[in-house]
Write a protein that binds this ligand. Structure first.
Ligand SMILES: [Zn+2]
Length: 287
């Protein structure tokens, strides 16, 4: 059923609003709907499909950047009427391309993804069902890739296991021998890495102390004095007999508060603390 005929005045209005760069949804022409406005503009062959795209304002652009950095996708952005109203999914995607904000890795994965043909999928599903109960998704992918094409990732295995309805829970997967072996490998590696970082940190700490001692010595020497030094009872290294090379303790005695300097250097004291802490953690049996 044809609607109300467009009047000359309305057409003029449409032409003017188009010139202003408004989109159909932003136009107010009588009680015409955006779709009616869009159709009319197309029929009149004003521009392209008749409708100019909504311009990107600086505000919209910064909102887009912020939301994308928070992990929003173009699809979610265009579906939410609260944000960036008037920009279609396509518009958002194009803008992201121009702003070079496309997740390159994700696009590449999508582009390079090789679809399994019907026969391949059949074979893959048989394989999955045969291995699902004993193997982790990672292991299934490794086994499949050893003798079959196209290559699959752990992620794809998980996806298809889910489709088959045989996805294991995380806890179940973690209990599998493959996962346990991997956990052991990883935790050993992590432990070694952490040990290395601590060693490096302590080396750094010691070099800082040495530098500080050197500066103290040269300062007192320049004043014509000599700096009291003390040999550490543990390592026998000689450090200035002050903080922070030794710890200053305070003690309440009968004659009042007394302060005294520790007998072992700061590095050795830290080492002793570390060892006693490890001892407590492991228990005396393994010490
Ligand atoms: Zn020492």
């Amino acid at each position: 059923m044809p609607g109300q005929l467009w009047t000359e005045h309305e057409i003029e209005q449409l032409r003017g609003l188009l010139a202003q760069g408004l989109s159909a949804s932003e136009m107010q022409i009588g009680s015409r709907s955006p779709a009616a406005i869009q159709n009319k503009a197309a029929r009149l062959d004003f521009v392209g499909d008749g409708i100019p795209r909504k311009r990107w304002t600086a505000e919209a652009e910064s909102q887009l950047k912020r939301l994308i950095s928070e992990g929003w996708t173009a699809a979610r952005l265009s579906a939410d009427p609260e944000v960036l109203a008037g920009y279609s999914r396509n518009a958002v995607q194009k803008k992201l391309g121009r702003l070079k904000l496309i997740d390159g890795g994700r696009s590449r994965r999508a582009r390079d993804a090789v679809r399994l043909s019907a026969t391949q999928l059949d074979r893959f599903y048989t394989f999955l069902l045969a291995h699902a109960s004993r193997c982790t998704p990672e292991q299934i992918a490794l086994l499949w890739n050893r003798e079959n094409t196209p290559l699959v990732t752990r992620r794809r295995v998980v996806y298809h296991l889910q489709k088959l309805g045989v996805k294991r829970s995380w806890a179940e997967v973690m209990r599998m021998p493959f996962s346990k072996a991997k956990q052991r490998r990883v935790s050993k590696k992590a432990l070694e890495a952490s040990q290395k970082r601590w060693d490096e940190y302590r080396d750094y700490q010691e070099s800082e102390l040495r530098e500080l001692a050197r500066r103290r010595r040269s300062r007192t020497r320049s004043r014509g004095k000599s700096l009291a030094v003390r040999a550490c009872r543990d390592c026998n290294r000689r450090w200035p007999a002050v903080e922070p090379f030794y710890v200053l303790y305070e003690k309440q005695t009968a004659v009042g508060r007394r302060r005294y300097l520790g007998r072992i250097c700061r590095m050795c004291r830290n080492k002793r603390r570390r060892e006693s802490k490890n001892l407590r953690r492991k228990g005396p049996a393994t010490a």
